[in-house]
Design a protein around this ligand. Sequence first.
Ligand SMILES: C[S@@+](CC[C@H](N)C(=O)[O-])C[C@H]1O[C@@H](n2cnc3c(N)ncnc32)[C@H](O)[C@@H]1O
Length: 296
Amino acid sequence: MYELSLLSPEERVEDLSEALEALDALSVSVEDADAQTDAEQALFGEPGMPAPKGGWNRSRVVALFQTREQGEEAQQILQVQDFFEGCSIVALTEVQDQDWVRITQSQFAPVDITEDFWIVPSWHEPPAAAKHCIRLDPGLAFGTGTHPTTRMCLRWIARHGQEAGVLGRVLDYGCGSGILAIGAAKFGAKDIDAVDIDQAAVDSTIANASANNVTLKAGLPDKAEGRYDLVLANILATPLKVLAPLLCAHVAEGGALVMAGILERQEDELKEAYAPWLKLGVSDREDGWILMTARR
Ligand SMILES: C[S@@+](CC[C@H](N)C(=O)[O-])C[C@H]1O[C@@H](n2cnc3c(N)ncnc32)[C@H](O)[C@@H]1O
């Protein structure tokens, strides 16, 4: 592809951009030609107020063309237009192809939850230390293993799964990518329900479970049924408070409730909201987030 860059005074930017689009530019971008210099202008206004000005004194307009011929033709046509007065051509240059897939993938490396429990994207080989491994690619649903709330839940699963040998019947409430449900399966859970209010999350959980050879039932929240040995819920403090009676009702005798999405300052309000059913405590902390758990 080829990039045609031009300089334009503020009052010509709109005409120039429209003309470039009409000349088959794949994209047109506009930026401050004086950026990073003493003449750089800030164009944002105070919150709720209009920007003080519509454009920069001098704008750099960049248009992308599929072929060199298209770029050259656009250059010739623009230079003879009335509205081109005050504008100038800077350059027509070839844009080197990038392997965007590879660049994107390189931003997602394997993530360690414990020494031997890893989340590994499909384009990476699992590290040698990964005795337990979830294969997961970033997608539409929340839950790649990098967020502290997810990590604390997974650490709890690893610790208790290893100690007890089994996790029993598990409910992942607000499953997102299904990462917690899949993690529970890796540590011995056999009968797993994963639910979410977002159908895209349910679909993502089904796909991710299948990629990990994990059997579970995924669906909307009304799929949650009966009592579970472990109820996992990584949502946020406000919905967790609303869900208190429902989540507690799903915890079996001797079972555990494990919740994340709660900030340190929200500890007391969560304890209070759950007090009629279960006594919550803080089991883990990371980056200002806490993991709150209870046993029935
Ligand atoms: C922070 S993400 C957690 C995803 C994943 N479980 C994890 O730990 O990474 C929260 C998920 O809860 C879902 N959610 C939010 N409110 C909910 C509700 N009232 N009932 C069920 N799911 C809910 C969202 O759609 C989202 O997928």
